[in-house]
Design a protein around this ligand. Structure first.
Ligand SMILES: Cc1cc2nc3c(=O)[nH]c(=O)nc-3n(C[C@H](O)[C@H](O)[C@H](O)COP(=O)(O)OP(=O)(O)OC[C@H]3O[C@@H](n4cnc5c(N)ncnc54)[C@H](O)[C@@H]3O)c2cc1C
Length: 434
């Protein structure tokens, strides 16, 4: 029997920062991680031949976020600006994407008048019916699906209102060497303080009573501790018991299980395509091409894989595709090759290139279907109408013995981010120490 003061299930950002803080405070910490690597939804691949790192998961620091930037400074890890111009490709033309949602001010005004929370899809139909607002309704659905990776039929108006009014457009950063460098820092600091991180350890059954908790992994090993932090993604907690990665509590924690099912967890697929050159800098030829995209950072389209971005201001030959929300959920069971083909076809359509030609120019590729991954089961959390009450339940420890943490338990404006996970992990470490 392996015995620790605190057992942590999951070595993502939330689990690792909790481990780092607790080990630092002298606690005997053991972290169990299902995969053969740490980081969870942070998965950095080192760049080839000294080129920039490639992020299969989290990539940006969305604003001057205090916990993330504080840690980077503490660890002496550099970061650089990722601010770049946005473009839109619609009806065969590129346009600079200054104000891409029509009637935006009116939308915010109506949201501010909303007394009782409803989902954004119902709100749009109710407040902006008819042909006049067709385009606006479509843009909102695309935005909620693409950026929040949420289902508009479930996403809360109050949460979106809060997000849209607190957006920090001015600062976007990328971490030099990738987010993985920060995860390694936390893991190394934890180990330096006698913390243990066990990879390939899939938690399956959790047994608990006040002041005592144990877990049995799928290989039959038992670990025990006084307190346990559950730092697995919301999607894993929502998964049916027979699913790989799913966890069963003995005795059941019914109020917590119900709260887990009340929260929203999105869907996403990220596609990284490395080409022989940056053909996107040339735009399209011909009179119908619209403006010629300059310094292209982000590109929004109505193609099957709608959103794309470059590594600007880095001059990289990697072009990244993204589909979120119900569109990504619908592709859960597709093969990576099928998704790759849809990505290539979308790029070919946008730049008016021949797909056969494009395939020849492809040097390497990654399709990361996060929704299909057993130890993630989705993208990141979004608020449903019932989420605030559910989060309150889950942020309350079970008999001072079981503690939940993860990006989905963060209260603030940087929802669904690494900042959210780091903040929640820090909070839970403090709760455990109290
Ligand atoms: C494609 C994508 C892009 C993103 N882009 C950004 C971005 O640009 N900026 C940003 O700030 N955020 C981004 N995010 C969100 C960010 O990655 C997450 O919010 C954050 O990393 C979540 O951390 P976490 O610790 O809560 O969960 P996770 O990182 O998911 O960690 C949970 C850990 O638990 C492990 N686990 C699961 N089941 C078990 C089990 N049964 N037993 C043991 N271990 C288990 C998992 O393997 C994993 O390591 C992105 C997410 C995705 C998917």
């Amino acid at each position: 029997m392996n015995k620790a003061d605190v057992l942590i299930i999951g070595a993502g950002a939330a689990g690792l920062i909790a481990a780092y803080k607790l080990a630092n405070a002298g606690k005997k910490v053991t972290v169990l991680e299902a995969q053969d690597r740490i980081g969870g939804r942070i998965h950095t691949l080192e760049g080839r031949s000294g080129g920039p790192a490639v992020e299969l998961g989290a990539e940006f620091v969305h604003g001057d976020l205090p916990v993330t930037l504080g840690l980077l400074n503490e660890a002496g890890i550099k970061y650089h600006s990722a601010s770049a111009t946005m473009w839109r490709y619609e009806q065969g033309k590129f346009t600079a994407n200054d104000s891409f949602i029509e009637h935006w001010d009116l939308l915010i005004n109506r949201l501010n008048k909303l007394g009782q929370d409803i989902n954004i899809d119902d709100f749009m139909i109710q407040e902006f019916p008819g042909d006049k607002y067709n385009r606006m309704r479509t843009s909102i659905r695309q935005f909620v699906s693409g950026y929040d990776t949420a289902d508009p039929k479930k996403a809360s108006c109050f949460a979106l209102r809060n997000e849209w009014q607190n957006e920090d457009d001015s600062a976007q950063h990328r971490i030099t060497g990738g987010y993985g460098v920060l995860m390694n820092y936390l893991a190394n600091e934890c180990k330096a303080n006698a913390g243990e991180i066990c990879l390939n350890s899939i938690a399956k059954d959790i047994y608990w009573e006040p002041g005592k908790a144990s877990v049995i992994t799928t290989d039959g090993t038992t670990y025990q501790a006084d307190k346990m932090i559950i730092a697995v993604p919301l999607g894993v907690l929502q998964a049916a018991t027979e699913k790989k990665g799913a966890i069963t509590f003995h005795p059941p924690v019914n109020a917590y299980s119900e709260a887990i099912q009340q929260m929203g967890f999105g869907a996403v697929i990220k596609i990284l395509l490395e080409f022989d050159e940056r053909f996107w800098e040339n735009g399209q030829s011909g009179e119908q091409a619209g403006e010629k995209p300059k310094d292209m950072g982000y590109l929004f389209s109505t193609e099957e894989i709608p959103t794309w971005w470059t590594q600007f201001p880095e001059h990289s030959t990697v072009f990244t595709g993204w589909i979120g929300g119900p569109g990504a959920e619908a592709k859960r069971d597709m093969t990576d090759e099928e998704i790759l083909l849809e990505g290539l076809q979308s790029v070919a359509n946008i730049f008016k290139l021949n797909i056969g030609e494009l395939k020849k120019r492809l040097k390497s590729w990654h399709v990361v279907n996060w929704t299909a991954k057993p130890f993630t089961q989705g993208s990141y959390a979004y608020d449903t109408v019932n989420a605030p009450a559910a989060r309150k339940t889950l942020n309350t420890p079970v008999d001072a013995t079981l503690f939940f943490t993860g990006e989905y338990l963060y209260e603030g404006t940087a929802m669904g981010t690494v900042e959210a996970a780091l903040t929640s992990g820090t909070d839970v470490a403090e709760q455990v120490m109290r």
